[in-house]
Design a protein. Sequence first.
Length: 391
Amino acid sequence: MNVADARILHLFANYKWTGPADPAIRAAARLRALGLDVVFAQGSFVHRGGEHRVAEELARIGMPVVAGLELRKHFHLPSLLRDVRALRRLVQRDRFDVLHCHQPADHLIAALAVRKLPQPPVLVRSLYDPEPPRTGLRERAAWRRTAAALAPTPQARAGVVATFRLPDARVLLQEPVTEPRQVDGDDARVAFGLSPQHRVVGITARIQPHRRFDLLWQTARAVVDRLPDARFVLLGRGNDADTRELVTTPIARLGLQGHVVLPGYQKGPDYERALRALDVFLFLVPGSDGTCRAVCDAMAFGLPVVCTRAGILPELVASRRAGEVPGVATDDVPHALARELLRYLTDDGLRAAAGAAALRRTRLDMDPVRAAERTRALYQELLAARRPRTQ
């Protein structure tokens, strides 16, 4: 079967704008831009008072969707069984040839739905964590019927091959991608109360205890002690209790009130203007997206990155070309992070060179069009090996 004639359904079991949501939707959109018949399953489950950001984004980009599935993130047996039955009906009605899964929950739903179908679609799974997936009963049930996978790191790829016995050629190493950005343009420096002499460090992180805000403010204090014109911009939000405990109280305790800007969560053009206002990007620990989309996006704006060695971060800022260093991964202690930030903040030439390397890295290694072409080729290989469909 030719992939140009195939029907492809992408599934994402979450309504929140969590880490993998953006790359999952963009991957589907890029494949559709290549001419493939791709649609997206829009889940109906939303917690009371919740905002269906995934649905909003699907509508904004004009992605065709199919309804009828709940697609809860967390395991819920009655919902799982309903979704299995509903997806089986969808597959039979719309004759999907590929089910591309992006989360553990939708992966399990898809694997159970295709059981005993006379001509089941091929299952593909995208991974977003640098480590291999878990190996529990549900995971094994899902991977047993999976034909191929896309893994963001060599470690995750090797783990899938070794644990779930997929053929080596069917597990594609797919680095994180980021869309090309308009580097030049309006920025938010004036809106943030910043002057030309300020050197600005930005960090994007939801305000949660595990995001190491203690480390952030200790690092900020160490930088400001050496460079009083340094400013730190936190792009993120949290609930009132976490914001008070993790942000406003420690800022006051460390005397950083005049050195920290808190514009809150930014999105779309506002987020782009915020990134253009920065000189260096700081990132401490991955959140819900193991591929650290915020780092890739910052690099796409030509920002050098200082980060810890957590998760995939060292690979994102590693040099891929002689003489080009887009950032540095260092120990997760204040003096080490502050030392690297000060190197960039006080050396205009070094900062410019690292920013250019970061931009080049995203455009050559994180190209979403090339990633979509590789995924299309994987689909073609899987469909060519599939038993022909009867009419």
